[in-house]
Design a protein around this ligand. Sequence first.
Ligand code: ADP
Ligand code: MG
Ligand code: ZN
Length: 614
Amino acid sequence: MKQTVRNIIIFAVAMVILGAILATTSLDTTKTTDIATLASDVQKGNVTNLVVSGDVIEATYKDGSKAKAEKEPGDSISTIFKNYGVDADRMLAIPTEIKEASGFNYWASLLLPNILTILLLIGIMWFFFRQVQGQNNKALSFGQGAGHEISKDAKDKVMFKDVAGVREAKHELMEIVEFLKTPEKFSSFGAKIPKGVLLMGAPGTGKTLLAKAVAGEAGVPFYFMSGSEFVEMFVGVGASRVRDLFARAKKNAPCIVFVDEIDAVGRQRGSGLGGSHDEREQTLNQILVEMDGFEPNAGVIMIAATNRPDVLDPALLRPGRFDRRIMLDPPDIDDREAILKIHGKHKPLSKGVSLRKLAERTPGFSGADLMNLMNEAAILAVRRGKTSISEDELLESIEKVMLGPERRSRVMNENERKITAFHEVGHALIAHMLPHADPVQKISIISRGRAAGYTIKTPTEDRHMRAREEYVEDLSVMLGGYAAEQIVFGDITTGASSDMRSATQLAKDMVMQWGMSAALGPRVYGEREDMIFLGRNIHENRDYSEKIAEKIDNEIDKLITEALERAKQIINDNRSAMNKVSEVLMEKETLERDAFLAAIEIPSANPANRPDNT
Ligand code: ADP
Ligand code: MG
Ligand code: ZN
């Protein structure tokens, strides 16, 4: 659009300049008069000479001055002068030169205005035509723009060393790199290289980054495309883009075609009620056709990434297509330290900053979260005018990434502050008193994001499997805020609503998904099916009877009621400790782990939560 506006401006300026030039060249000293005046001057004998070129008569006077007049086209000069009453002998006495009306000037003066008008019209038409065509192009021959090629000699290319952790994935992808570098080595042994590699992992685990690193290591062209780009308004556009993308890739083999977020097109066919349903299906079919079409050793390797492998169409996962599937795990503590190191490389960290400690404090953070953390800390340090990034900024950024920015401006009245304090201490107290709950790291009554206050508990180690008892205790911790409000104030505020929601979800998962209810046995209830309908993603297919549904309800109820009772019991047994901690919290607003332990005085039931154990 900007381009066309510029074109118009250039065009207009050119026209104005041309016009100005013409105007100055046609400006000569001859003054113009009308034919009647000229005729009377001839009759009076003032005119010594006449030159007729076409319809323009130029007269030279006795005093040497000149004048121009225009006559009616068609009539000869003698006829006209006769009509104006000029005597015939007067006319004959004046030498009259009739110039051929074909001089350049004549034609130019006659045609130029018309030519200019026509040119202008053509220009305007061309401009509009091009616009319309541009739109048509987009709609009908889209292909050309499909996919972005990332040059193999790009300066900021990513290498494996820029990706921390994900050891297994890197190892698998090494093989792909080897193949792209020396395909002969493999084909001479008759080895077939996988056509497609599917990277699976939670958002921010580095799928996109890793795919770029493969291209960087192999030094081959890298065609990048996001699944959502395929899905357009018109049916058939996506399929055509796929065709074009593969055509270009094959021409430039060996190379990598990377389709990010493939679940946008590769969802199970036949499910979903969205409008672009047909379109997705056609696009997916085209991808399958292309993948089947190229020979195993053609040198085109397709890498796709998704964070929803569960919704992918089974056809994509069949042998010969994405037969290599690589899971990217969330980073463990060593990985987190390594990722922090990578993203802290070009940042001035204060001496003594321990990235290990930071890694300990950030279980559950993805690679993207950690990058974000480092960035926030750097911004914070700059804003504070520091010369380097100290631990303060890093620790503060953990919470910012986790919970959103602090909202000190949100004004709480004294009563709200008191309720929030007791609510948060409720969570903290239960976590402190239960043997398997995560130790309390920090409590605060400063609003963050949408929460009025918060309590941070972090597991002492990364855990992949958890036992039923741990979840039961988690439920009590979640309901600790609710229990505290009920006991202390005899009433409940809306502040507990999100706690209730997460507790209900956890209880539901325990009963229906994880077989943790004795009454219902080791069975999964409710098959989850992916459906996009009015923005709701998960639809549960009821595969059980009314009777079972009632049982499920009862079991969920029981879990929650028991957890709440347990929380209330703990609070009632430790009322004085709770009051004391709440008072300190209201005064200080934020309590770090040590301050909390000092205030509560009771030793924790969790050995990991004792002060001597850090
Ligand atoms: P995904 O595609 O899995 O959602 P990205 O690859 O886009 O995640 O990751 C986003 C950013 O997070 C990356 O650009 C990188 O800076 C950082 N990041 C994620 N994982 C890692 C990792 N393992 N090592 C280093 N940086 C990482
Ligand atoms: Mg990505
Ligand atoms: Zn709460």
